[in-house]
Ligand binder design. Structure first.
Ligand SMILES: *Cc1c(COP(=O)(O)O)cnc(C)c1O
Length: 398
């Protein structure tokens, strides 16, 4: 089936779901990814078949190692699950009784996990909870905006199981200790460094720079099904994998997702990255030209804050536009079709348009939506101030 036909299939209308256009990035709340057609094919192929799961994961390990340079790897439910399982593995090693005793019966185990305070992010849930779910005790190092080597050095003690290093636009982007320095501190002291690289393109760099374990989402840039990838030192990966007999059970991944991620990784090796980048750049330029002609809006192309090879369009919303950034984002989301922008920094007066998840023809639809919303009378809430709120979440399923 050609991509367009799949995109326009009537599944969403049959189920009363809005046919949203995603210019916000790879978002769990919008379905995580456009799954690559090779991954869809692999998932459909394995769905009706029996397979020995440890062998399937062995095959996945080989593919993961080929792409990441790791000694071993496995697939789990998502990156957050991979963090919990990696932390648990650093605590239990291959002690199967300890695996069963987690998360609350940790006597005798190293159970402290160091986290720089500026890395204590929320990616839909707090990162420190992924540590606590394994039974790990979080030891914060430094302050939100300044971490010094001595903060990390002195956080290390007899009970230190690991250090978790988060790579994300969500972290404080200055004043933290870089990965190389963290490795310099941790390696001589025998403390494994686990990297949360959920949303990073670079599949080799973190291990190459000294990380012991790295965890990715299978469903972000890789365009796999919802899943997580754990890669790294064989002893640590094995110990993390053994958590499938413990806390990892509630993070179970199916054969279809393992097969899907393997296919997505293989597709990643062959992907026309330059061609995709060129299409993304064309979308950014179209949107910039559109926005430059609209009053009160200023658009600038910005590189990705964690150096992934992609740019986004920053749209600054001035009062002359008749909107706040929040108000304009809401108007676009309420449109037909709904356009969901990247607005988690809206209180700073801007949002982003992310070109990474577009189907053919959608860049033009977004440009038309911008023009239409700006030409229409200002809706209620156009000048809304950004407020954190939980009302909608607390009403679900109503
Ligand atoms: C998205 C994200 C996660 C969570 O990934 P899931 O695969 O959805 O669990 C964790 N860490 C960072 C930095 C992320 O961006």
């Amino acid at each position: 089936m050609p991509i367009d036909a799949r995109h326009n299939s009537d599944y969403r209308s049959r189920h009363g779901l809005r046919a949203v256009i995603n210019v916000s990035g790879t978002m769990t709340s919008l379905g995580a990814s456009i799954i690559h057609e090779d991954a869809i094919a692999a998932m459909a192929e394995i769905a009706p078949q029996w397979v020995e799961m440890d062998d399937l994961q062995r095959r996945a390990s080989a593919v993961i190692s080929r792409l990441t340079g790791s000694e071993a790897g496995f697939v789990t439910a998502c990156c957050a699950a991979g963090i919990s399982m990696s932390v648990a593995g650093a605590m239990t090693g291959t002690d199967l009784l300890a695996v069963e005793k987690l998360p609350d019966r940790t006597e005798g185990l190293k159970d402290e996990v160091i986290l720089q305070l500026g890395h204590a992010v929320n990616y839909g849930a707090p990162v420190d909870q992924s540590i606590r779910l394994a039974g790990g005790k979080v030891v914060f190092a430094g302050t939100a905006t300044q971490v010094m080597p001595y903060h990390v050095e002195r956080a290390i003690g007899d009970r230190t199981a690991a250090l978790l290093f988060v790579v994300s636009h969500h972290t404080v982007q200055y004043g933290q200790i870089c990965l190389e320095q963290v490795v310099e501190i941790c390696r001589p002291r025998g403390v494994p460094v686990i990297v949360d690289a959920a949303s990073e393109y670079d599949l080799r760099g973190f291990l190459a720079r000294g990380a012991d374990v790295v965890v990715y989402s299978g469903h972000k840039f890789l365009s796999g099904p919802t899943s997580g990838i754990v890669a790294g030192r064989k002893d640590l990966v094995r110990a993390a994998y053994l958590q499938n007999k413990g806390i990892g059970r509630g993070m179970k991944v199916g054969k279809e997702s393992i097969a899907g991620v393997m296919a997505a990784l293989e597709a990643w090796e062959k992907r026309d990255h330059a061609g995709i980048r060129a299409r993304e750049t064309a979308a950014l330029e179209l949107w910039k030209t559109t926005l430059d002609a609209l009053p009160g809006l200023n658009a600038e192309i910005r590189p990705d804050p964690t150096h992934n090879p992609l740019d986004r369009l920053e749209v600054a919303v001035a009062p002359e536009s008749g909107f706040t950034a929040t108000g304009l984002a809401r108007a676009l989301a309420a449109g037909e079709p709904p356009v969901i922008v990247r607005d988690h920094e809206a209180e700073l007066g801007f949002f982003f348009l992310d070109p990474c998840n577009l189907h053919p023809g959608e860049a033009e639809i977004v440009a038309e939506a911008l023009k239409r919303v700006m030409a229409a009378p200002r809706p209620e809430g156009a000048m809304a101030a950004p407020r954190q709120n939980t009302e909608k979440a607390l009403r679900w399923p109503d």
